[in-house]
Design a protein around this ligand. Structure first.
Ligand code: AMP
Ligand code: GLY
Length: 420
């Protein structure tokens, strides 16, 4: 089979490595991929948002199966465009991807179908938003409606910060059109859990749970990033909580999307907060998480391509989806200065026989060099969480590039939770 994966980060690298385990995956193309992915797939210089070029390529190469991984092309309708040309594709169509593409949509969906989430109000008028802030409890969370590279969420500790966030989004358009509508919501507290799930719109199969580390610095300090590391499974996510989530969140969401005429197929990501009043949805993503995928897929014992093909056929109930009972830890190595200013172009040296997923990495004169903020993620698995963490940090020592920065405490919070 000829397979095409749209995207070019660590998540896509992890998907590609897993797909390659199936002998049927004879040829894999990555659009655009990256310098490290080039060791595992043929990288094609087509951007993940260039839908006409993606479709042309798929038709010309007679691609048998496509996987669209990032949020942007999904929300823009890449799956619809590919399927219109007869290309079998994994991922939600545009109508379903709105579950991530519009926070106002997802909040209204949850309200309508009684799916637990933070209480909220939606505004398209800036004055109305600002006057609402005068009376709401503090802290309060201000969110841009549309996609904003994971940066469109402001936790305001004061009313002035909340007002400023609204002005930034609605007046100064710091997130462009994504901020013309804002959601202002209740601040929740509790441990966060990421649950990625496979679904064909009928069956929903949660994958092993995970924990992201979004802040740039140790101790969960500093700016929000795309994710500095992950562990799986998440010790807060007990079997009992998993059952509650299945009954009150996962199945109701799939059914709600069906009832809205927006059947979701692909990977639906539930960002959950385990509050005193039970698990609540913080966000939905219409795709695999990054860097969650880099710990979840290494623990998948079943065949990823087979699962994806079964989802395409609407027969997920017939697929084997089995995870090992091991633990995984992924430590992201970034360019010093990320998520703000950083330098790139430094040569990367790393062992060839390890689970290293590259993101901001490119080939220059035959050498792998840094080319982005998050450069790569190092994943190790082990029989214990501590073993996985120690092994990941041991492997990090054998990866070298100038200006490398990584958090030194990935998984520490989970280790403490495990002991409780
Ligand atoms: P998001 O971009 O939606 O993933 O939000 C980024 C982060 O903001 C989440 O991972 C949470 O840590 C935090 N967050 C979002 N919404 C809330 C909320 N209602 N209460 C507390 N924290 C929140
Ligand atoms: N790691 C969070 C996300 O993929 O959105």
């Amino acid at each position: 089979m000829k397979i095409m994966v749209v995207g070019g980060g660590g998540r896509e690298h992890a998907i590609i490595k897993k797909l390659k385990e199936n002998k049927q995956a004879e040829e894999i193309f990555a659009l655009p991929g990256n310098g490290g992915i080039a060791g595992d797939a043929a990288c094609v210089d087509i951007g993940a948002k260039d839908i006409p070029a993606i479709v042309d390529f798929a038709v010309k190469e007679r691609i048998d199966f496509a996987v669209v991984a990032p949020d942007d092309p999904l929300v823009l309708g890449a799956v619809d465009a590919l399927q219109a040309k007869g290309i079998k594709t994994f991922g939600p169509n545009k109508k379903a991807a709105i579950i991530e593409g519009s926070k106002a949509f997802s909040k209204d969906l949850m309200k309508k179908y009684n799916i637990p989430t933070a209480s909220y109000e939606t505004f398209t008028d800036m004055e109305a938003a600002i006057s609402y802030i005068e009376s709401c409890p503090i802290p309060v969370v201000v969110k841009a409606d549309g996609l904003a590279l994971g940066k469109g969420v402001i936790i305001a500790e004061t009313r002035e910060q909340a007002r400023q966030a609204v002005r930034d989004m609605m007046e100064d358009k710091v997130f462009g059109e994504s901020g013309s509508k804002v959601v202002i919501e209740e601040f929740l507290t509790g441990p966060e859990v990421s649950v990625l799930s496979f679904t064909d719109g009928k069956t929903v199969v949660p994958m092993v749970s995970s924990m992201d580390h979004k802040r740039a610095l140790d101790g969960d300090k500093g700016l929000n990033t795309g994710g500095m590391g992950t562990i799986a499974p998440n010790p807060y996510y007990t079997d009992e909580i998993a059952k509650v989530c299945m009954d009150t969140i996962f199945r109701p969401t799939i059914e709600a999307m069906n009832k809205e005429g927006r059947t979701f197929t692909g990977c639906l990501y539930f960002g959950l907060m385990l509050t005193e009043n039970g698990p609540k949805v913080i966000e939905y993503n219409c795709r695999f998480g990054d860097p969650e995928t880099q710990v979840v897929l290494p623990l998948l014992e079943s065949d990823l391509l087979d699962i994806m093909l079964k989802i395409y056929d609407g027969k997920l109930d017939e697929a084997e989806v089995k995870f090992s009972d091991k633990y995984a830890c992924c430590v992201v190595m970034a360019s010093e200065g990320y998520p703000q200013k950083y330098e790139t172009g430094f040569e990367i040296t790393m062992p060839a026989d390890k689970n290293i997923y590259t993101a901001g990495a490119k080939l220059k004169d035959g050498k792998l060099v840094t080319g982005g903020g998050r450069v790569l993620g190092v994943t190790e698995t082990d029989d214990t969480l501590k073993g996985a963490i120690d092994a990941a940090y041991e492997t990090v020592k054998s990866v070298n590039f100038e200006n490398a920065y990584f958090r030194t405490d990935i998984g520490q919070r989970a280790l403490i939770a495990e002991r409780k």
